[in-house]
Design a protein around this ligand. Structure first.
Ligand SMILES: [Cu+2]
Length: 465
């Protein structure tokens, strides 16, 4: 098989948040040898990488140039409820909204994407997503790799078999997620990243609708996990592979100094167990070409961040969320329709909706499912112990800490030993988290970040009062 011609990986342009403009629009881009229609926040897939300093006031104008409503959710950022992109806060076609919020959290890699109910999966799949980087002084003191030695990577899988980015999920796709065989990095296909023989900081977002990656290198390359969703871990953790669910981020230092100039390696996804629908094969994510060139030396620090533990003394309010998905074994296996379920006709095929539930419920825009005192600390438990699907659970409005994972993989992993906003639950797992809610009041959501599950209704409202 002939290898595809690879082009140099391009990183999205960086933009300050103090006066940013995003213009969701239909775009036409070159992917490989074909011209493909998608969506972007500027003229191309994805959007600019927004850069903010902790404490800064963000002012981001979103002008909707699409023919359908959209909005923006600042994934991982703790912002007032009316700025969070709740599914009912929509920006109509041709309208605009300016999002205003102060960055009140630690340095980390966050991101943004649309959140209009029933359109989130389609719009994100077609290209609407972007990175949101928060810098803070504590991180700056660590002297981590910067400039060309800090690489931002958005990993996504697409179906490009018809030379088009079509979003047409069938019944099976709604069950397991809209998985594709073509990997895009930063919205580009068949790319190659050039590195010199030294230490690089790789900041990775799994921006896929539903695919989980077991991130590793195909040739022996020492790497250390230094952070996850909401910032740095306390210390670096040497690692071999990291299972990263949709919506999760990974911060790592990779040392390419033992590779010869002129050689190449790959960032790959290794096979993993636990679910039938994916993880059976290894596949390539990104080609990395080693070149000779000037490299700034870096030391791996021994100590990174100090994480204040969220206190959950005896008697702390605990809420449980049972994750349910219908087990499919043919059309006969249709469940009794629960609240909020509906039939969605899609071009002749009738698709059954509302099969993924939390505590037996599908999303209802107007129903408040949980009422939480603003500023409270609570324990929330996501229970997938009876489930046979993967659910990356995402909480809006707060960063949390993982207390424990029971069943399945039965541990808390290195990239989870920091603040988190999304946690991966493989089948059979139950995860307890400690959350300290902000003082903001209003309506937020909690949902599965398998975007097909989310649009199927696997989402609840909670209100901070
Ligand atoms: Cu799910």
């Amino acid at each position: 098989m002939t290898q595809p011609v690879r082009s140099r990986l391009v990183f999205p342009p960086q933009q300050s948040v103090t006066n940013a403009v995003l213009s969701p629009q239909e775009v036409e881009v070159r992917l490989g040898n074909t011209s493909i229609k998608g969506m972007g926040y500027h003229q191309g897939l994805l959007g600019p990488t927004l850069i903010a300093n902790a404490g800064e006031q963000a002012q981001i104008k979103v002008q909707n140039q699409l023919k359908e409503p959209t909005n923006v959710h600042w994934h991982g950022l703790v912002v007032p409820a009316d700025q969070d992109g709740h599914p009912e806060q929509l920006i109509a076609p041709s309208a605009s909204q300016t999002y205003l919020f102060q960055i009140k959290q630690a340095g980390g890699l966050y991101w943004y994407h649309p959140h209009p109910h029933n359109l989130t999966a389609k719009q994100a799949y077609l290209g609407l997503a972007g990175l949101f980087v928060v810098r803070d002084p504590l991180e700056a003191k660590l002297n981590l790799p910067v400039d060309s030695q800090e690489a931002f990577l958005v990993l996504q899988d697409k179906r490009l078999e018809n030379n088009a980015l079509d979003y047409k999920p069938n019944q099976q796709d709604i069950m397991s997620g809209y998985l594709g065989q073509d990997i895009l990095v930063n919205g580009q296909k068949n790319t190659q990243m050039q590195v010199f023989q030294g230490i690089y900081r790789l900041r990775i977002l799994n921006g896929s609708n539903a695919r989980v990656y077991n991130i590793a290198f195909d040739k022996e390359t020492p790497f250390w996990i230094i952070g996850g969703d909401g910032g740095l871990t306390e210390t670096p953790y040497p690692s071999k592979a990291v299972l990263l669910g949709p919506g999760e981020r990974l911060d790592l230092l990779a040392d390419f100094s033992s590779h010869e100039a002129g050689s190449s390696l790959k960032l790959i996804s290794q096979p993993f167990k636990g679910v039938k629908t994916q993880g059976q094969q290894a596949f390539s994510l990104l080609d990395i070409q080693i070149e000779k060139g000037p490299i700034k030396p870096y030391l791996i620090p021994n100590q990174l961040a100090t994480l204040e533990k969220i206190q959950t003394p005896q008697g702390t309010k605990t809420r449980s969320f049972e994750l349910q998905g219908m087990k499919m074994s043919g059309v006969d296996a249709m469940p009794e329709m629960g609240h909020g379920s509906m039939m969605m006709p899609t071009g002749g095929n009738t698709i059954m909706r509302g099969m993924h539930t939390i505590n037996g419920k599908t999303f209802d825009m107007k129903r408040i499912d949980e009422t939480v005192p603003a500023g409270a600390s609570e324990i929330w438990v996501f229970d997938n112990s009876k489930g046979d699907e993967i659910h990356p659970m995402h909480l809006h409005g707060a960063q949390f800490q993982i207390i424990q994972r029971e069943g399945g993989r039965n541990s808390v992993f290195s990239h989870e030993k920091t603040r988190k906003d999304t946690v991966l639950l493989m089948p059979g797992e139950k995860v307890s988290i400690a959350v300290k809610f902000p003082d903001y009041k209003g309506k937020y959501v909690i949902h599965c970040h398998n975007l097909e599950h989310e649009d199927d209704g696997m989402m609840l409202n909670f209100e901070l009062i």
